[in-house]
Ligand binder design. Sequence first.
Ligand SMILES: *[C@@H]1O[C@H](CO)[C@@H](O)[C@H](O)[C@H]1NC(C)=O
Ligand SMILES: *[C@@H]1O[C@H](CO)[C@@H](O)[C@H](O)[C@H]1NC(C)=O
Ligand SMILES: *[C@@H]1O[C@H](CO)[C@@H](O)[C@H](O)[C@H]1NC(C)=O
Ligand SMILES: *[C@@H]1O[C@H](CO)[C@@H](O)[C@H](O)[C@H]1NC(C)=O
Length: 460
Amino acid sequence: MEARLSLAVLVVAVLAAATVSALSDTEASYIAQRQLLSLEESDGNLPEDFAFDIHVDVTFANERLRRAYVAFQAWRKAIYSDPKNFTGGWVGPDVCNYFGVTCATALDDPNVNVVASVDLNGGDIAGYLPTELGMLTDIAVFHINSNRFCGIIPETFSRLTILHEFDVSNNRFVGGFPAVVLKIPVLKYVDIRFNNFDGELPPGLFDKSFDAIVVNNNRFVGFIPENFGNSTASLVVLANNQFVGCIPRSVGRMADTLDELMLLNNRLDGCIPPELGELVNTTVVDVSGNALVGTLPDELTNMTRLEQLDVSRNLLAGAVAEPVCKLPALAKFSFANNYFKEEAVACVPTVDGEVALDDLGNCLAGRPGQKTTLECGPVLARPVDCRTNVCSARPSKPTSVTPTPVPKPLKPTPVIKPPTKTETPLIGPQLPPPPPQKPETPPPKASAPELGPINAAHFK
Ligand SMILES: *[C@@H]1O[C@H](CO)[C@@H](O)[C@H](O)[C@H]1NC(C)=O
Ligand SMILES: *[C@@H]1O[C@H](CO)[C@@H](O)[C@H](O)[C@H]1NC(C)=O
Ligand SMILES: *[C@@H]1O[C@H](CO)[C@@H](O)[C@H](O)[C@H]1NC(C)=O
Ligand SMILES: *[C@@H]1O[C@H](CO)[C@@H](O)[C@H](O)[C@H]1NC(C)=O
């Protein structure tokens, strides 16, 4: 009898665990509401001496650990569901032994131990980020990817003066681009992909000395800022949003640093700027799934390090010339689903060719799997001259600060499953993985128990 009962309990627990990862919109908005209430109480900020006002009945090795304790306790209160029990052990003064927390010697004082990193990747935790997290002023790494955190990024993150890596990808954050990120003085790695951020990208994003800008799979709209090329990032991923207009000609200015450029699945138009060819050390360029017109610029043949080029699913026409297909490092080149009407012999896909080529869905006479004459005719009758082609107009100075309304999608957003594992794939399984997690990120200290409490009561 007892055995049967516990089996029933187990079944219920397993069923409950199977459903926790879906956070309904009601639940998400409830949690965001809680955050708003707490922001109102604290005015969205914290007094500098906030931690001193809090009476904590335990002793700490140093004041910084006491402040960290206050931050973690506030965070624990802002967590509504923790199915893997990551934070179950976040009690007592020994914050350095909290799951997901790593301590190290302070950079500015070899005599004190401080909280140096927070890593709750893959926790499936639902909750919000409280303003008190701004007290974790010694962290270099903040990784909470693949959870169900809602609401906004608190302003107090600007106090994290040595934060290098900010990864909040694959959560449920909302609002405009989190401008506070631009105020974190030494930040290098910005990863906010797979959230519900909307509005336009602030130009300031490209004036910072970031190493990686990863904002794919949000709801960003508008033009890519003209100062795009000011960026020093080696990885720039704007894919799967709703950006419009031309690829800024300043793109060529990133030649010194840019390794991978992912602009796929937006609504970019105009010609591919010849300046793209200035990216002589870039290895991956993907502009597929946009509305680019005109011909491939000759300057692409300067990209001698290019390994992967994808211009498929656009409105490109003209010829695909031999020098592009024979770029020395090229391994993969898709120009499928455009309106090309000529391709060099070197560009014809072969079974055993050195370069994986794809020419399907074009207007290539004598090639299999091409568009019909009916489809090709109207486009080929009106070739676009890229010397005179201008992009759809950029707005002059914005007249007001009202947020940009999100336009109705013209076509359904491509279905790309968001990552579920701790190792978040960049965009989809077929694309290169994100840069390796930096060595200073330690592996989790202990494996969490399989099943944890489900605080469903919070949502009632
Ligand atoms: C969660 O973890 C804490 C501390 O490790 C433990 O005391 C508690 O029993 C765990 N809860 C569940 C439901 O496993
Ligand atoms: C960025 O680019 C703009 C125009 O493209 C330029 O005026 C500005 O000085 C640049 N800023 C930095 C920090 O390089
Ligand atoms: C490209 O790389 C080479 C060698 O690694 C370097 O000498 C050159 O300056 C780089 N070009 C640019 C534009 O950064
Ligand atoms: C880049 O390409 C253009 C056009 O093909 C050419 O005129 C120019 O000399 C090239 N620049 C370099 C650095 O190779």
